[in-house]
Design a protein around this ligand. Sequence first.
Ligand SMILES: Nc1ncnc2c1ncn2[C@@H]1O[C@H](COP(=O)(O)OP(=O)(O)O)[C@@H](O)[C@H]1O
Ligand SMILES: [Mg+2]
Length: 282
Amino acid sequence: MTMLEVEGLTKSYVRRRDVFGRATDRVDAVSGVSLMLGRGETLAIVGESGAGKSTVGRLILRLIEPHQGRILLDGVDLRALSRSQLRASRRHMQMIFQDPFSSLDPRMTIGESVAEPMLLHLGLPKAERKERAGALLRRVGLDETYADRLPAGLSGGQLQRVAIARALTLNPKIIVCDEPVAALDVSVRAQVLNLMAELQEEFGVSYLFISHDLSIVRAISDRVAVMSKGRIVETGPTEQIFGAPVDDYTIELIRAIPRLAHALTPVSGAFAEGRARHAVGE
Ligand SMILES: Nc1ncnc2c1ncn2[C@@H]1O[C@H](COP(=O)(O)OP(=O)(O)O)[C@@H](O)[C@H]1O
Ligand SMILES: [Mg+2]
């Protein structure tokens, strides 16, 4: 069943303006991108830096406005919604960023950060927010002592666990994960990826998983969309993309994966993957 459907998404940024403030030069960040994401599925968007991956994620969450295109979330056209409807629909779409520290308010305790969406969207009373936040924190591996701490005292891996708990608070339909483990120590990447996989099963949430790292993508995604210069050049089931890539750009990307990671295929989950990366010494 389709959870997210994106059709012909297009966005350009202004690179230069004249003295009257008119755009004289634009960069086409995303050009006619279409994709589908099933319920409980992980679709990876891969491609080199500057390919337009993050822009696609931000467009889908309506953090920025597309020039063209349609976004259907669980059958609802997001562009047709009023402001208040859009605000209400936000609970169904969450985002996890590469840098967990900058995605959390440094003055709020961990418990407050996780509980906040329940106040904004559900208006739950304080005691209930606190209890649910505590349960979520425990579920991501952080005991109750973390609830009263500030982000500054936590490691990158712990902060990303907090960001994951916060993203799950409202039981969203999709989570856009933009390079969620790229900034983490190699030794904790596999743990966080495994946790994300477990939570996906439990919550039935769909992941749009943005990454430039193909060995991680191979381990965690059901399907892959390869992006280059603002366009999707190839898309298909993960095993097809890695086993029988068709597009020249895809072939080039796969060739660039470290040899050892190749040798360990088939990868049997995020944990094996983490070890593979560790062995390569990245
Ligand atoms: N806010 C912005 N203003 C101007 N150009 C931008 C902005 N954000 C991204 N770009 C440009 O759009 C293109 C795609 O960027 P991005 O979506 O961040 O790619 P990726 O996430 O794949 O690295 C790049 O050329 C980038 O320089
Ligand atoms: Mg990016």
